[in-house]
Design a binder for this molecule. Sequence first.
Ligand code: NAP
Length: 538
Amino acid sequence: MRVAVAVGVSTPPVATMRSSCTRRIVAVSYRFVSMHMAAAPLSRTLSTESVAARLTSAGLLRTKGLIGANWTDARDGKTMPVYNPSTGEVIADVPFMGSKDTEDAISSAYDAFPAWSKLTATERSQLLRKWYDLLMANKEEIGQLITLEQGKPLKEAIGEVNYGASFIEYFAEEAKRIYGDIIPPTLNDRRILVLKQPIGVIAAITPWNFPLAMITRKVGPALACGCTAVIKPSELTPFTALAAVELALQAGIPPGVLNVVMGDAPAIGDALMANTRVRKITFTGSTAVGKKLMAGAAGTVKKVSLELGGNAPCIIFDDADLDVAVKGTLGSKFRNSGQTCVCANRILVQDGIYDKFAAAFSKAVQILQVGDGFSEGASQGPLINDAAIEKVTLLLIYIELKGADVLLGGKRHSLGRTFYEPTVLGNISSDMIVSREEVFGPVAPLMRFKTEEEAISIANDTNAGLAAYIFTTNVQRSWRVTEALEYGLVGVNEGVISTEVAPFGGVKQSGLGREGSKYGMDEYLEMKYVCLGDMNRK
Ligand code: NAP
């Protein structure tokens, strides 16, 4: 295994994009302009090298794909580097796999299916429970791996391990509750039954922003139902996936039940879509790729579930509790430096509370500490890569040109690389690009509204429909607005709402299907109607 560390690979410079537009820094009574973020120094408590060495000795820095029982290179020997987004250092190389490797992985999952699906629910449940125990026993190490390759602060990364592992625990329990049905027959010589059976081999394609949880949310229920899987993690964050499946093997989950390929995403995707042995595709990622996969799945009529991008409105009504609204909005917007699908993307604030909220929210944002995920006290890590920071930088240029106010931040952080200042924008309108697109960065746009009807209309004026948040102390309003919002998830006076026990998923172009909860099982099961005839014979 080659672990290339401290190479100091520098990412290409972001083009100097600050245009000649005059930045509007608004003079306000509260003091949050021209601020200096409380930046943690880049001198980190843990270096890429020391974390990599520790994880290697724990056997958790796996650098090959997994096909059956074999940790494998790409057939053609190609590799790709994986970077620490905070420093630009190469953590290690992994195989750059393609369609042939994917075919191998599908065959492996297909061959493992009969034995795995024939285990009793109790046996599968016990193996999943052991996997959960191992994930929890190694949560520090997995958390470090997440910070190393994804960048989020270590505390938040360990939080993701708890969250990710919770799906394995929950679905270990649900494995025992796959009930069928007996239906009263329409003819007296018949009996009508419904069986629920595993769908078969599934393909799980996952993004970089939750390198563990987006995998466990899929394979937890899949394995509980008796399916086997080919996992394709993001090329940006493969190590967490590989460590997780290493622990699955250690737990006794048989080889072939979980397989991991990574590398040439379109080639892998095409191979998965074209193969008739793959009976289901479950994808989390961008809406654009989700649509492509949905079209690809049509050729073999696979079952499809999609968890796609959001454009979450966060509505603060005049009657909101200010502290609750600030805390909830902060939690929703700045988690993972704004890089989640459920991050508040448009913060709609009613006229009467706008100034008070803008001041209190900006004050809270101001104290967020930016730094390497391993540095003490950092709550805002780097963005994932140059493309992410370029996107945020360009968005800022566009909206400043359109007349938005920069209340706080608004530029790359002095730490450089892909660090961006937590930013608050005012005077945003619903036609601005920041209101139309998922920002996926630490930028909080505030928009003023007058009436409840106006807020609902702005909130629903998007093709996305994943998460929405409302802050109000009026119970009737909370019901009225919740019912009117065209979203799959609604947080009322709460900004962080994901949990393994509730159904997660979007409406409109944010996706199809639900993950987590008892409903998450249905995505991996087929119903079989059985009719018993001639039942009056003696
Ligand atoms: P992405 O570019 O769509 O990538 C997601 C996954 O798809 C990665 O594994 C990627 O591989 C793979 N991929 C890319 N092109 C592909 C193709 N042609 N065929 C098959 N696979 C392909 O999304 P991302 O930038 O990683 O993730 C951010 C997006 O995910 C955001 O829009 C966010 O809202 C969404 N998201 C949604 C949820 C949800 O639950 N609704 C949760 C988290 C994130 P490579 O990385 O190797 O290219």
